[in-house]
Ligand binder design. Structure first.
Ligand SMILES: Nc1nc2c(c(=O)[nH]1)N[C@H]1C(S)=C(S)[C@@H](COP(=O)(O)O)O[C@H]1N2
Ligand SMILES: [Mo]
Length: 258
C-alpha cells in the first residue's frame, strides 16, 4: 500500500473509510447515488480535517516517474459551441481570458499574457467522484497573483469560473454551460493555478485547452476546463441555479475537499 503512488492520502483514506462504513447499508443505490452519498458523508469530515490542518496545507505532490501513462479525459472532450470551435480553429490566437466582476481593474489577457504571469508546475493526483484517479503534471498561472493584478474589491468572496462548453442536459438553455466557483482561501492557495500545459506539452482540447483550473485540494469536477472568464463575486446566487457549479446545481457538494 505504502509503495502505491496512486494511494490516497491517509486523511482522504480516513474520510473514504468512514464514508464506506456509512455506505455499508446502501448497496441498492445506483453508482452515481453512491458517489453522491459518499461525498455527502465524507464532506463534513474532510472539511473539518482541512480546517484542523489549515486550508493552506499543500496537496501531495508526486514525481515524473508517477505520471499516469494515460490520463483519462472526462466530461466534455471537445466543446460543441461554435464560438469555442472558431477559437480552437485559430489556434486560440483570438482567445482572451476575461477577469471581471468585483475587481478594480478588469483584465482581458491573451494566452501569451497568461503564460507570462507568475507560474507554478506541480505533479498531483486528480480524483473523480466516478471512482478513478490519474496523476499528471500541470503548469499554469497562479490564480492569487492574477487576482491581485485585477485588484479584488472588498465585497468579493468567491471566484466564478465561466467555461466555454455547453453540456447535453435536460436543463433549460442557459443552465447547461459548465461553470465552477471557489472561495478566496482556495483561490489564493499556492497550488491553485490556471493550467496551460500538462505533462510538459500545451494543454490538449480534451483536457481543457487553452486554460483549465487546478484546485488541488478538491475533487475532479471542481477542475474547470475551457475557462473563458473569471468573475469575482460576493455571492453564488444568480449564477446558474445558484449552487456554485454545473454539478453542484445537480446535487454535488460545493466544497469537494479531498
Ligand atoms: N468545462 C468543463 N470542465 C470540467 C468538466 C466538464 O465537463 N466541462 N468535467 C469535470 C470532471 S467531472 C472531471 S473528472 C474533470 C476531468 O478532467 P480531464 O478531462 O482533464 O480528466 O474535469 C472537470 N471539469
Ligand atoms: Mo469527475
Amino acid at each position: 500500500m505504502s509503495g502505491d503512488p496512486h494511494r490516497r492520502g491517509w486523511l482522504a483514506g480516513l474520510g473514504a473509510g468512514l464514508g464506506g462504513l456509512w455506505l455499508a447499508g446502501c448497496d441498492r443505490l445506483s453508482r452515481s447515488e453512491r458517489a453522491l452519498g459518499a461525498l455527502g458523508a465524507a464532506e463534513p469530515l474532510n472539511r473539518a480535517v482541512q480546517r484542523l490542518l489549515g486550508r493552506s496545507a499543500l496537496a501531495p505532490e508526486f514525481t515524473r516517474a508517477d505520471l499516469s501513462p494515460a490520463f483519462k479525459v472526462n466530461g466534455t472532450a471537445n466543446p460543441p459551441d461554435t464560438d469555442y470551435q472558431a477559437l480552437a480553429a485559430g489556434g486560440f490566437a483570438d482567445w482572451r481570458l476575461v477577469v471581471d466582476g468585483l475587481v478594480e481593474r478588469p483584465l482581458s489577457l491573451t494566452l501569451d499574457e497568461v503564460r507570462a504571469l507568475p507560474a507554478r508546475t506541480q505533479i498531483t493526483r486528480h480524483d473523480c467522484v466516478e471512482g478513478w484517479s490519474c496523476i499528471g503534471e500541470w503548469t499554469g498561472a497562479r490564480l492569487g497573483p492574477l487576482l491581485d493584478r485585477a485588484g479584488l474589491k472588498p465585497q468579493a468572496r468567491f471566484v466564478i469560473l465561466h467555461c466555454a462548453d455547453t453540456l447535453d442536459d435536460t436543463a433549460p438553455e442557459g443552465l447547461r454551460k459548465y461553470y465552477e466557483s471557489i472561495d478566496l482561501v482556495d483561490a489564493r492557495h499556492p497550488q491553485t493555478i490556471l493550467a496551460y500545459a500538462m505533462n510538459g506539452a500545451p494543454l490538449s482540447v480534451g483536457h481543457g485547452a487553452p486554460l483549465r483550473l487546478r484546485v488541488e485540494r478538491q475533487l475532479g469536477y471542481k477542475q474547470a476546463k475551457y475557462v473563458m472568464r473569471i468573475e469575482a463575486a460576493a455571492t453564488l446566487a444568480g449564477h446558474g441555479a445558484g449552487k456554485g457549479g454545473f454539478w453542484e446545481d445537480r446535487g454535488y457538494e460545493w466544497y469537494a475537499g479531498i
